[in-house]
Design a binder for this molecule. Structure first.
Ligand SMILES: [Zn+2]
Length: 266
């Protein structure tokens, strides 16, 4: 009986095609080709896209029969739907994107399994909230409250309706995760290393060398002249081993130093 009722509500068939890295979320048989889907009356673009396992936060532009439409658009029989990811080099000027306003200054809230990536982002000066006991609800609320982009490997979290900005990390390796985030959010020109506390995420304040002598190890006082302090936990920072290993990491990930070097001497 239920089956007959369901069939009564079927409105027809639509065709969907996902572009670029959105195909990462699809089984191979569905990748880079038109997918035929039956749909029920009232089905929205957001629903049909997420039924296929793609979080709406991964999507930047949806064209229905060549016109750009919002997530709330209700499908009509025979619609041809092209779905594009946030993709900097794709020229979509002239179409309105599904997301109303881009984030002006990107800030993050990270899921509980991304502690190491959090530290990397803080070393590079990106405001990143993290706690290893956040619940999914807390992460979603923090994202909405502060306009922070969510970073997670759990695509289910990104399907929540209140979330507008987020990215589903593909890699399990923290170095590759960093590379994904820098590329995805186009952060190459926005590094401000040595500005945030790696523990508290607070903005560091400059302190005189005289104020740290006797606190930092002697060899550090000898070789470094620039020091900063966290106003929350009082930890003292200098451009020592954290920064040296980050420079090596960026080099290994093939980020061209000349593009961000100028920020190091602010
Ligand atoms: Zn601190």
């Amino acid at each position: 009986m239920t089956i007959i009722e369901d069939q009564d509500h079927l409105m027809g068939t639509v065709f969907l095609r996902f572009y670029e890295e959105l195909n990462d979320f699809l089984p191979e048989a569905m990748q880079k080709q038109w997918i035929e889907r039956e749909f029920k009356e009232g089905t929205t673009l957001k629903a049909v896209i997420e039924e296929l396992g793609i979080p709406h936060t991964e999507v930047d532009l949806v064209l229905v029969n060549s016109d750009s439409e919002e997530f709330s658009y209700r499908l009509k029989p025979g619609d041809r739907v092209s779905i594009y990811p946030v993709f900097e080099s794709l020229d979509i000027r002239g179409f309105s994107r599904v997301r109303p306003v881009p984030l002006r200054q990107v800030m993050f809230v990270l899921d509980v399994h991304l502690g190491k990536l959090t530290k990397y982002l803080r070393i590079l000066g990106f405001d990143s909230l993290y706690s290893n006991d956040y619940t999914d609800d807390e992460i979603a609320l923090i994202s909405k409250r502060d306009h922070r982009a969510i970073l997670t490997r759990d695509r289910g979290l990104l399907k929540r309706k209140i979330i507008t900005h987020g990215y589903c990390i593909r890699s399990k390796d923290p170095d590759s995760q960093l590379k994904e985030v820098i590329s995805r959010f186009d952060l190459m020109h926005a590094f401000h290393p040595f500005t945030l506390c790696l523990v508290c995420n607070r903005v560091l304040i400059t302190v005189e060398k005289a104020a740290v002598s006797g606190i930092v190890p002697e060899r550090v006082a000898k070789y470094y002249s620039e020091f900063k302090k966290c106003p929350s936990c009082n930890k003292i920072y200098w451009k020592g081993s954290h920064w040296v290993s980050m420079e090596k990491r960026l080099k290994k990930l093939h980020f061209n130093r000349s593009k961000w070097d100028s920020h190091l001497h602010d």
